[in-house]
Design a binder for this molecule. Structure first.
Ligand code: PLP
Length: 466
């Protein structure tokens, strides 16, 4: 399998190089040159497979040039054994033909574990083979940092440095990062805000000379293709559990950077019968505004009760735009260069095609809280605020009540206790047993000034073979 850039100028790469690369050299994102396609008979034959086996069937075509089948199977077996539910991604019924798929049974209680637990293992495997080392550098305002740290804690060929804004992340989120033990794990609290952290990461990727040529930076944000790939699997899992592929399914996906829902779009293209995909956003609704009015326009960032979806632009949306433009990289490049300067639209027939593929809704904090409260009162089931947005959008956009509607449950409610109390509920979401002592664990992090040279100096000094 070859991978090509959405902006059409960077060289095509194989899986190993795509794994180790962030953005393509032309500023685009890598996508597979062609997708595997599975027949209904083949998908049906997977019914009843354990999650890791299903993951093997769905993902192997993407990695087969780089990893022997047995090694990949073993890696997947390890990856999904760390989840705290035997079904890995269990379904919970909310109402007649309406479900939540719980994607928060991994070590850090958000769906990002599905991809980052695998990504850490993939990186170490490929780096071992190549006798190489990488430094992962990332900025986080929430779930990505902890999931990346957990995913890389056992990697021998990876050091990981995660920047977070000092005193500006929630205590649960900070402790999930800073209490993980390992010589290769480094948490940096920057005396600045999230944008300062992100700017430092960007600048460091642009000029890596501070590493003295002895190692290189790697990215773990959702522009990394391997993350999208791992998220395709659970769409198949949910469908097979509810009678697919002999009936079609609808999915509602709480969306920020468009990674998770793009994986659903790919599952459909790979042959899974999906009749509806709902883009569910919070007040940061650039995608909903585009879907309803064909105008792609950045607004000011709003802080909401669903912080993991607080974004101004959706980086993975570029991957969809590439398909909407008949995979014409030059057209995508031109569009996104214009989009950086002001509002843009696409040709009407392309936009109508997008509307056929997706429905969308934007849900504000009040409706989020109402949904958390309603579902708790009806079912004694607690939703986290991101999942609540998905459930609300699913109900608002539903086309056919005979089709099972599955909302992706992206985080455990105990990660976001503020939204639960804002909903007026007195119930306190409990952390699962494996994290019950989170507040007693020892924390390790270094506070640094808001200065890129100080941060780079720290990294240069502290990576393993420095
Ligand atoms: C990251 C995240 C999202 C958004 O996912 P994207 O792939 O960026 O669309 C939604 N909910 C939670 C809890 C998250 O951590």
């Amino acid at each position: 399998m070859r991978y090509i850039s959405t902006r059409g100028e960077a060289p095509a790469l194989g899986f190993e190089d795509v794994l180790l690369t962030g953005l393509a050299t032309d500023g685009g994102l890598y996508v597979p040159e062609s997708l595997p396609h599975f027949s209904v008979e083949e998908i049906r034959s997977w019914r009843g497979l354990p999650y890791a086996e299903l993951a093997y069937k769905v993902m192997y075509p993407f990695v087969e040039d780089a990893i022997p089948a047995d090694d990949f199977r073993e890696m997947l077996g390890e990856t999904y054994s760390v989840f705290s539910h035997q079904a890995v991604a269990p379904l919970v019924q909310l109402d007649t033909n309406e479900w939540v798929m719980e994607l928060f049974r991994g070590p850090t209680l958000a769906f990002k574990d599905f991809a980052l637990q695998l990504l850490g293992r993939l990186l170490d495997y490929v780096l071992e083979k190549r006798k190489q080392h990488v430094v992962i550098m990332g900025a986080t305002s929430g779930d990505t940092g902890s999931a990346a740290i957990e995913g890389c804690r056992r990697c021998e060929h990876v050091d990981i440095f995660i920047l977070h804004p000092y005193q500006r992340v929630s205590e649960v989120q900070r402790r999930q990062m800073t209490t993980v033990q390992g010589d290769n794990i480094h948490n940096i609290a920057v005396k600045g805000n999230f944008d300062d952290c992100q700017r430092m990461v960007k600048e460091s990727f642009g000029n890596q000379s501070f590493l003295g040529g002895k190692t290189q930076l790697a990215a773990v944000n959702s522009i990394n293709w391997a993350r999208i790939m791992a998220q395709i699997v659970y769409y198949f899992q949910a469908s097979l559990a509810l009678g697919g592929p002999d009936r079609s399914m609808a999915f509602s996906v709480p969306t920020g950077n468009f990674g998770d829902i793009f994986a659903g779009y790919l599952a459909k293209k790979m042959g899974l019968p999906i009749s509806q995909l709902v883009i569910a956003t919070n007040r940061n609704d650039i995608l909903h505004r585009f879907m309803s009015g064909n105008k792609y326009e950045q607004h000011q960032l709003e802080h909401t009760l669903s912080p993991s979806m607080d974004i101004m632009v959706s980086s993975n949306f570029e991957r969809l735009l590439f398909d909407l433009h008949g995979r014409d990289g030059a057209a995508v490049k031109d569009l996104l260069e214009r989009a950086a300067k002001g509002p843009v639209s696409i040709e009407d027939y392309r936009w109508k095609h997008a509307r056929k593929l997706f429905d969308s809704d934007a849900v504000d904090d009040k409706a989020t809280c109402d949904t958390i409260r309603d579902i708790y009162e009806q079912n004694e089931y607690l939703l986290d605020p991101h999942t609540a947005i998905g459930v609300r959008a699913a109900r608002n956009c539903r086309r056919d009540s005979a089709v099972p509607m599955i909302t992706l449950g992206t985080a455990h409610p105990a990660k976001f206790p503020d939204a639960i109390s804002e909903s007026g509920l007195v119930v306190k979401p409990q952390l699962p047993a494996h994290m019950a002592d989170l507040f007693e664990r020892e924390e390790r992090y270094t506070v640094l000034d808001n200065s890129v040279s100080e941060v780079q100096g720290f990294i240069a000094k502290h990576w393993k073979n420095a």
